[in-house]
Design a protein around this ligand. Sequence first.
Ligand SMILES: Cc1cc2nc3c(=O)[nH]c(=O)nc-3n(C[C@H](O)[C@H](O)[C@H](O)COP(=O)(O)O)c2cc1C
Length: 207
Amino acid sequence: MVSASIAPLFQPIQLGSLTLRNRIFMSALTRNRAVPTNSPNSVMLEHYRKRATSAGLIITEGVLITPQGSEWPHVSGIWNKEEVAGWKNITDAVHKEGSHIFAQLWHLGQVSHPDAPEQKEAGIPVYAPSAISARGGKFRFLSGQPGYVIPTAIDDPAELLDLFEKAATNAKEAGFDGVELHGANGYLIHQFLDSTSDARQDSWEVQ
Ligand SMILES: Cc1cc2nc3c(=O)[nH]c(=O)nc-3n(C[C@H](O)[C@H](O)[C@H](O)COP(=O)(O)O)c2cc1C
């Protein structure tokens, strides 16, 4: 028996074009289960399927939009076909349970590490708004457990918009109902909004 005070939680709600079966939303939770790396697997499928039995909307863990050296190994991604196929299995299972799911799109910016496997494989520098290092950092899986590094200031940040656009297109192909841009916690979008990480003097300057 649901008490009257919390009964509205279990009522459907309209979110844009989506009718969600209740108002219980699962917030983004990084789990580091994309073993060996970046592709959603059967363990993740079961994780999301179980939660889809009760949640009205699930926001996924942060999903990398391009190969980057994250602070934890086994983070999921959505830049290649294998990853899109892995997510499609998950979105299908979530929909079958009557729930909905958004992908949280994530770019780490200055808090990536150049020696992390994904970053090395990608062969690209750690890009950020400006060549300013974040303080701290613990890459426990890297030898010597290094901290954050001074990143490379990206010449044209519009390239980053293209990465987000491509990831959103991939999310659509993977069957997601929407995306959420990870704009907090010191990651890329936040870095562009904060003068301690963005010292640019062009149109990307912090206002
Ligand atoms: C293990 C763990 C992983 C998390 N991963 C993410 C994440 O990938 N993206 C994100 O935006 N927030 C992440 N968060 C933050 C949560 O989504 C949530 O905002 C936070 O736990 C505060 O929720 P509360 O106010 O209900 O305690 C994470 C939190 C925890 C504990």
